[in-house]
Design a protein around this ligand. Sequence first.
Ligand code: AMP
Length: 279
Amino acid sequence: MQTLRDIDSVSRLSQLWRARNLRLALVPTMGFLHEGHLSLIRLARQHADRVMVSIFVNPTQFGPNEDLASYPRDFARDEQLCRQEGVDAVFYPEPAGMYAADHSTWVDEESLSGGLCGASRPGHFRGVCTVVLKLFNISGCQLAVFGRKDAQQALVIQRMVRDLNVPVRLLLAPLLREADGLALSSRNKYLSLAERQNALSIYQGLQEAEAEYKSGCRDAARLCEIPRRRISQAGGRIDYIELVSQDSLQALDPVKAPALLALAAYFGKTRLIDNIFLD
Ligand code: AMP
């Protein structure tokens, strides 16, 4: 496995693979890898001849009061996990190598980015789209894998790829959870034991809402109220809970499949996101 720190070495390697007709899949991450990330790597492996993982805590997708500085990092461990998974190359750039001091070009998706996480994190998806397009261009990948944990992000990137004719095929991987239901996330590291325990209310609430939906309820407010109450009772602070269409992310009431019940909530200072698909 090669670890590459600069853009030119990535381009050289990717050109070499392309000349040999080897299909490259990129798995973009911010590192501090967990089983969720590894499931993306395994999916990439199934569809491509070469797998590259990028590890980059992208500063442009963090707001001024967010956790850029404290975001968990452990490159040695990430590198070891990638090696174990048979990854061919890890791209681990420096922020200064990714963004020129006078960087001034941005990709702004203007429809799907507005609600949900985009409403509470202005500029977040502009940073995400810009870095993802840069990573696609640098790596020259034919495929890229994203997780449904970040359901809105996956949709926004799909839209960007369609709208800008980006020649990359996207693969989406299911959301992976801990045995007790907590969605795997690098940010879980911030949680105290008590916060982690309380955060189980997120998935419990989502599951209860799903059961209510399956038993016939189509009232969006009522379905959202179920996780809202559970999370609040467990001491969580809700950022948003919404029932939206899986394609347009527009609010649905009455609920009609395919729908997405998505939420963000704080436990202590940690903002967690989760979602469930109602098909
Ligand atoms: P991150 O490092 O958090 O930016 O995530 C990198 C990629 O891994 C994104 O496509 C995420 O959607 C995906 N991912 C993160 N957590 C999970 C999870 N629990 N299950 C599936 N995919 C995940």
